[in-house]
Design a binder for this molecule. Structure first.
Ligand SMILES: Cc1ncc(COP(=O)(O)O)c(C=O)c1O
Length: 341
């Protein structure tokens, strides 16, 4: 099977399986799991932050960050196509009494700094909630895995600082951004008070994310994690795969980006497909297929055990560990045979 549905469908590498088998573990709620402690130190060091916390998922990483930075009744500023707003079940509102104030994500994922400035509330007016936090997403999933560089990010960290707000980066795929920009990941998260990143996406781990920030933030995030039921015990088995991921799986993301480029270019050569090749910067390829061909293509792909995330108009194919260049050739051949009629 060739599975383009998401970079979350990856299987752990042989090194990860071995590390999981041999992991030294302890009760992490007591702080006793040596493997988790190593992973957290590695993550903090890699991102240039004081400390890190291992959490169950990207959603939990974002949620504990929002809750640590906000009080009930506060408002956070997020992109209207952000994962936090669209796909995290309104957790900040439901569990923290925190409201979302959305600002527009343009097609390329970018947010206009003026929109953020205008969204900051004047809490001295009794009508207004307190703004607590600004969040950016890098790479921007729903806008095609687009990348923000350190200069773009700094604009928002400066806005946050000047207005006494916290600045969070949902960096579920932050290493894709760093690899694409060919810079140290620290540079693109420099001004952030907190960053979450996923081990279980392009880095191919079975489970887990990390949140990074200063000691005070992590202390609060840890308490929220416990309240959410996310205090895990011998979870070093999971963290051991994360250590392998940070050591061995980051640089290979460039292969996923190359495969995405190859796929995007190949699709652009096919009739009845609408794709902007220049918009493909990392491992996510979005495209449209003319209505009358959608079912035909979908059936042909299904018959050949090729899966992609299609939401009727806009299709998303993600490249990841386990997808080879030859898989792209096979996929393009099959789609081509249908679309060329
Ligand atoms: C940008 C972004 N943030 C957060 C998440 C949430 O991660 P998880 O599925 O581990 O909760 C995702 C998942 O796709 C994502 O794309």
């Amino acid at each position: 099977m060739i599975d383009f549905r998401s970079d979350t469908v990856t299987q752990p590498s042989p090194e990860m399986r071995e590390a999981i088998f041999n992991a030294q573990v302890g009760d992490d709620v007591f702080g006793d799991d040596p493997t988790i402690n190593i992973l957290e130190e590695m993550a903090a060091d890699r991102l240039g932050k004081e400390q890190a916390l291992f959490v169950a998922s990207g959603t939990m990483g974002n949620l504990v960050s929002i809750l640590a930075h906000s009080n009930r009744g506060d408002e956070i500023i997020v992109g209207d196509k952000s994962h936090i707003f669209k796909y995290e079940a309104g957790g900040a509102s439901a569990l923290g009494g925190v409201a979302y104030h959305t600002v527009k994500n343009h097609e390329d994922g970018k947010i206009d700094p003026d929109d953020v400035l205008n969204a900051i509330r004047d809490a001295s007016d009794n009508h207004n909630p307190q703004t607590s936090m600004i969040a950016l997403e890098n790479t921007q999933n729903m806008c095609g895995g687009r990348v923000l560089d350190q200069f773009e990010t700094k604009i928002f960290s400066d806005i946050a600082k000047n207005n006494n707000l916290k600045f969070h980066i949902d960096g579920a795929r932050i290493f894709n951004a760093a690899v694409k920009l060919d810079i140290d990941v620290k540079k693109i998260v420099e001004g952030a008070d907190s960053v979450s990143f996923c081990l279980s996406k392009g880095l191919a781990c079975p489970v887990g994310s990390l949140v990074c920030g200063d000691g005070k933030f992590i202390e609060s995030a840890r308490k929220w994690r416990k309240m959410l039921g996310g205090g895990m015990r011998q979870a070093g088995f999971l963290a051991s795969a994360g250590i392998v991921a940070l050591d061995n799986m980051v640089n290979r993301l460039a292969e996923d980006h190359e495969n995405a480029q190859k796929l995007a270019f190949g699709l652009s050569q096919l009739p009845h497909i609408n794709i902007d090749v220049n918009s493909v910067e990392t491992n996510l390829v979005f495209f449209e297929i003319d209505l009358e061909y959608r079912n035909l293509v979908e059936n042909a792909l299904n018959q050949n055990e090729i899966k992609g995330a299609s939401k009727r108009e806009r299709w998303r194919f993600a490249t990841h560990y386990g997808i080879e260049s030859s898989d792209i050739d096979i996929t393009l051949d099959i789609m081509g045979s249908i679309l060329h009629g």
